[in-house]
Design a protein around this ligand. Sequence first.
Ligand code: ATP
Ligand code: MG
Length: 442
Amino acid sequence: MALITQRPKGTNDVVPAQAYKWHTVEKLVADTAEQYGFKEIRVPTFEDTGLFVRSVGETTDVVQKEMYSVTASGDAKFTLRPEGTAGTMRAMLENGIMNEGFPQKAYYILSCFRHEKPQAGRLREFHQFGCEMVGTASPRADAEVISLAKNVLDRLGLKNIQLNINSIGCPTCRAEYHKALKDYFSARQEELCDTCKGRLEKNPMRILDCKSPICQGIAKDAPLILDYLCGDCREHFEQLQKNLSVMGIEFEINPKIVRGLDYYTRTVFEFITTDIGAQGTVCGGGRYDGLIEQLGGQKTPALGFGMGLERLILTMEKQGCDFMEPKTCDLYIASMGETAADKAMALTMALRDEGYFVEYDLVGRGIKPQMKYADKIGAKFVLVLGDNEIDTGEAKLKNMATGEQTDIKLDNSFIDSFSNSLVCEMFKGLDDEMAGLLGADK
Ligand code: ATP
Ligand code: MG
């Protein structure tokens, strides 16, 4: 059979059997963010193109090469969000959240769109968990935001994740640094890629982030921003390091990190794994003290990070981390004949009202395929109903793990009896687990 179409390159389907992995991550990141006092924000999937051009930056790869822009019948030009910070800041300004006292703390879980070359860990539609903290310039805030990201990675059970930090200074120190970079790259101008030739005048720092191997080779020996930091930025960076040490967070200083988005100032950081190949940055973030003013708000310091959920899950799979067990069916009610099928439906409704996970036959199959289906979905118990059971008001409840069958009355006592059987099974499972643990100890 030929499908008329397939999913677009660089996109993913999460099939139902895999959804529990996403639920594990989404729940854990949200719970951890809330514990730090962050509240969820939801913003549109598309925004005015100008928002991204102005915040992410005209000379970035994201804006120059990767935006999915859409025009809706006529004048307005919109772009599918390539990241979450710009929209979040726009929403905070538009909804007056900046006037409600500082710091404001928001988190989000959203899809992002970038027209990149798809490969392992690099998609065209991907998902980010992000956090933004607004209204503080204190280096304690930088450490707090980094510790939140680290906490999430630790709680997911990830190992061997390295934290790299750097400071890329403020506009004051950057002026000197840009001059030094321009001098350095001008000498080899002819060798740069066409995009970088254009960046040389406008924003030479972007050349450091170019993906072209030739530009990367040239950039290797370029001057380092850390040597150009002004006194205030240097002090801020030192304080951040002190705070991280107080928190017991290990880090490396990597003077080469500049990050791919223009709005960053001072602190930038990345959490990196070597377990999933070349695309190993699971989290990237930093400070963006100039962005809010650039978007028309008052000058307000802020910072945040974005974590790629596909890369997180990929790393968890590679490292054999635990995911939250998906819920399985407590009871499957198999039935033969119309009257029994009606009874199955009625019992199911009653049990669901009590909070149980119950299914019954919706296809009209015989008992045998129904039993097979119950086994396949991992039902803990099966109840078999036929004419005989309806007549006698009693049926067999089969424990699928042990094969054990018990008689159960189909009257008002049914829910209590079933609930007892389920509890016994749960305790038995715990006993087995304990016995296993004790056995392993010996
Ligand atoms: P990279 O250097 O890997 O391209 P980036 O600097 O472009 O990352 P950010 O814009 O900071 O990334 O986004 C934050 C996080 O989102 C990244 O650390 C990564 O985990 C994830 N991410 C970014 N782009 C993609 C993509 N195309 N596919 C999957 N995940 C991505
Ligand atoms: Mg990128």
